[in-house]
Ligand binder design. Structure first.
Ligand code: CP3
Length: 321
């Protein structure tokens, strides 16, 4: 249920209010641990995902990051190559220290049979927010910037590979069992650019994490990759891949799940509708993937509008009761 998932729960909204701001919540270990654990109390999930956000990395690189309610994240955009060049090359782990403390607090109380997931954004996706300063329909500002100033853009990607690797390594050392790399905007890239800005940097990121933690468990999520997923699993040495709801299930089973375990891929909007549409969507996912290595999940996260009783209905159906 991860990926900006907290908002469907009233207890999340109450804690967020108490924290004041979204980043204030991310950097408050007591409240962030509480929010991480809330869904587990209700639903007895098999996994917990750290409460944080992919945009804490640009924040720890010294960029302004703000979360405006109802509007999403706002960063200071990067228009000129000089601005990109002036960005700090190293993250400030002092800024991220509360995240590592949150992990320790959650780990201390999490039952042993619940998997604890950490995460970061993939370099491409984080860079798109840094350039545009926000989410846009197809992250055109970053794509134009990368065509116009490929060397400067590549330098920014390198900074993000290093920062993200250090961030994931510290999360693992603090106690998460596995980490997921969210490449939310992978799908807007044409195939050649997908190799250059999604596959290559994610590969370097995974190898850097493995260099420090050889048995690190890593899940990749190149959202919207479509048929390029086949190349992604061949070239990025992740342990598993997350599937979005748009992917053809037969293709995903034959070309992806045969190579790597998969996670996914219920359409989150089926959870808003509920009823028969939800049941049929759950069944289709189970039919497609449950004969192989598989984690049932949304592809991607739940929306704030999803009624809690539909979540309960989905869980009963997945668990066969
Ligand atoms: O599910 C969880 O609560 C786990 C923690 C988590 C959050 N963000 C908390 C969050 C995770 C794993 C993320 C990942 C994330 N953040 C991604 C990648 C996954 C995806 O959804 O594609 C991206 C692109 C972001 C950046 C981001 N953060 C956006 C675009 C937004 C605005 C979303 C919106 O519709 O308003 C956020 C805010 C955010 N991150 C919220 C949460 C719980 C909602 C903030 C709130 O409380 O209002």
């Amino acid at each position: 249920m991860m990926r900006q998932a907290g908002r469907y729960l009233p207890e999340y909204r109450a804690t967020r209010e108490k924290a004041g701001s979204f980043l204030g919540l991310c950097f408050n270990p007591e409240l962030a641990a509480e929010v991480t654990l809330q869904p587990l109390r209700r639903f007895n999930f098999d996994g917990a995902i750290l409460f944080s956000d992919i945009l804490v990395v640009p924040y720890a690189l010294g960029r302004n990051v703000d979360f405006v309610t109802g509007e999403g994240p706002k960063l200071e955009p990067i228009g000129a190559p000089e601005t990109a060049r002036s960005i700090r090359k190293e993250v400030d782990h002092g800024v991220l220290a509360p995240v590592y403390e949150t992990i320790g607090r959650v780990k201390a109380v999490l039952p042993d049979d619940v998997t604890f997931l950490g995460f970061c954004g993939a370099p491409w996706t984080v860079a798109t927010y840094m350039i545009a300063g926000q989410g846009t329909p197809d992250q055109a500002p970053a794509r134009v910037f990368a065509y116009r100033h490929p060397d400067v853009f590549d330098d920014l990607i390198q900074v993000l590979v290093k920062a993200s690797a250090e961030y994931l390594i510290r999360q693992i050392k603090a106690g998460v069992d596995a980490v997921q790399i969210f490449d939310t905007w992978a799908g807007v890239l044409p195939p050649e650019e997908f190799s250059r800005w999604c596959i290559a940097p994610t590969r370097r990121l995974v190898l850097a994490v493995r260099d420090a933690v050889p048995d690190a468990k890593i899940i990749g999520f190149p959202r919207g990759a479509g048929s390029s997923l086949e190349r992604y699993v061949a070239e990025v040495p992740v342990d598993a891949v997350s599937l979005d709801w748009m992917i053809d299930k037969t293709f995903a089973r034959e070309r992806v799940q045969r190579v790597k375990p998969v996670q996914g891929n219920l359409d989150p909007l089926a959870l808003i509708a509920g009823g028969r549409a939800l049941d049929e969507s759950v069944d289709a996912v189970m039919r497609a993937f449950s004969d192989g290595p598989f984690i049932f999940n949304l592809g991607p996260g739940i929306t704030p509008e999803a009624p809690i009783e539909n979540v309960e209905r989905m869980l009963r159906r997945v668990r066969g009761r």
